[in-house]
Design a protein around this ligand. Structure first.
Ligand code: SF4
Length: 332
C-alpha cells in the first residue's frame, strides 16, 4: 500500500480537506489496485456517515426533445449531433402521470428536465401543474438551461426546492456555454433560496486529471447538496464517440475520489447511470428516468431505470433506502 495514498485516505476519513494535489494523486490511482479499493471503502464509509446510512433515488422526467443550439457534444439534443431534428413536447397529462408514478414508487425527489432552448414560461406552467398534482412534499427540482436572478425567483415561486446544475467537463470547449455563465446561474439559484445538486460529469477517457481535479473542487466550492461522478455515454456520430467510454470499475474509483474530496458535509454522492460497483464505491444517490434523455437517441428513453430497480441496486450494496422526501434537498 502506497504510504502517501494511505495518508490522504486517512486525512479524508478524519474529516480533513483534501487539496488539489492530493485529489490528483487519488484520481491517478489504478482502479484495480489495493489503493483504489481502500479509496472506495473510505468513500462508502464517508457517504454512510454523511447520509445516516440512507440512500436516495431521484427521478428525472424529461419533457421535450429537439435540436439545442448550445451544442454540448455529449448530448443527443445537440444540433450538431443530428439525432433530433424536430422539437416535440410530451403531453402534460402523461408528464403528470409519470411524476405521480415516481412519487408512488418511492422516489425522494423529482427533477423536471428540458433542453436549454425550451420556453421558460411554458416550463413554469408545467411545473405548477405537476406541483399541484403531487400528493406529498416530494421536492421538485429544476434541470434547465442558464438563468438569472429573476428567473431563479420564479422557479422558487413555482414550487421548486432546488436545481441540478453542473459546470461540465469540457464546458466552453465541447459546449457553446461559458463556464462563468454556469457559475452565475448557480449563484442566482442559491441567492433565491434554491438548493443546488451537481456532479463531475460527463466523465470520459478524454479528460485530464487536472480538469477532473478542477471541476471536482468546483462542486465542493459551490456548496452543493450532492456531488458525485457520471460517465459520458457515447452518442453515435458525436465528435466525442472516437474516445470510447470509461467502464463502471473506473467510474467507481472516480466517484470514490470525488467523495473523499467533498467530505462529510455533502450529504449526497451520486453516480449515473445506476450500477452496483458505484453503489459499493460510495454512491448513495441513483437516478430513475422517463421521457426524453440527453444520453438516449429515442424520444422516450430506453436507457432509463425504474425507481425500484435503482433501489434494488442500492440495497445490494448495503444501503437502506430513505422513505419520503429527500434529505439531500432539505438543508437538514
Ligand atoms: S446538454 Fe442541455 S444545453 Fe447542452 S445541448 Fe443538451 S439540452 Fe442543450
Amino acid at each position: 500500500m502506497n504510504k502517501n495514498i494511505a495518508q490522504i485516505i486517512n486525512k479524508a476519513i478524519d474529516g480533513g480537506v483534501i487539496d488539489a494535489q492530493e485529489l490528483r494523486e487519488l484520481f491517478a490511482v489504478n482502479y484495480l489496485s489495493e489503493e483504489s479499493y481502500m479509496i472506495q471503502y473510505a468513500s462508502h464509509k464517508i457517504s454512510e456517515t454523511a447520509s445516516n446510512g440512507k440512500a436516495e433515488v431521484h427521478a428525472q422526467m424529461g419533457i421535450n426533445v429537439g435540436p439545442c443550439p448550445r451544442n454540448c457534444q455529449f448530448c443527443s439534443f445537440a444540433e450538431i449531433n443530428k439525432i433530433f431534428t424536430e422539437s416535440k413536447q410530451n403531453p402534460l397529462d402523461e408528464i403528470i402521470e409519470n411524476c405521480l408514478k415516481f412519487e408512488a414508487d418511492g422516489a425522494n425527489a423529482i427533477d423536471v428536465m428540458i433542453t436549454a432552448n425550451y420556453n421558460f414560461n411554458d416550463y413554469l406552467n408545467v411545473a405548477r401543474a405537476i406541483k399541484t398534482a403531487l400528493k406529498t412534499d416530494i421536492p421538485l427540482i429544476a434541470n434547465v438551461g442558464d438563468f438569472g436572478e429573476e428567473a431563479a425567483k420564479e422557479l422558487k415561486y413555482a414550487g421548486f426546492t432546488g436545481i441540478y446544475h453542473a459546470i461540465r467537463l469540457g464546458e466552453g470547449t465541447v459546449t457553446a456555454i461559458d463556464p462563468k455563465l454556469r457559475w452565475r446561474t448557480i449563484q442566482a439559484a442559491q441567492k433565491a433560496g434554491l438548493l443546488v445538486g451537481t456532479c463531475l460529469e460527463p466523465v470520459g477517457p478524454e479528460h485530464s486529471l487536472d480538469e477532473m481535479v478542477e471541476k471536482t473542487i468546483y462542486t465542493r466550492d459551490m456548496k452543493a447538496v450532492y456531488s458525485g461522478a457520471g460517465r459520458r455515454i457515447t452518442i453515435p456520430a458525436s465528435p466525442l464517440a472516437a474516445h470510447g467510454m470509461l467502464n463502471y470499475g473506473q467510474m467507481g474509483h472516480i466517484l470514490a475520489a470525488v467523495r473523499l474530496a467533498t467530505g462529510y458535509e455533502m450529504v449526497g454522492n451520486c453516480t449515473h447511470e445506476p450500477n452496483h460497483i458505484g453503489a459499493m464505491a460510495g454512491a448513495n444517490l441513483l437516478w430513475a428516468e422517463v421521457g426524453s434523455n440527453p444520453r438516449d437517441v429515442e424520444e422516450n428513453t430506453v436507457r432509463g431505470w425504474t425507481v425500484k430497480r435503482c433501489q434494488d441496486v442500492l440495497k445490494e450494496a448495503g444501503w437502506d433506502i430513505l422513505e419520503g422526501p429527500s434529505v439531500m434537498y432539505s438543508n437538514k
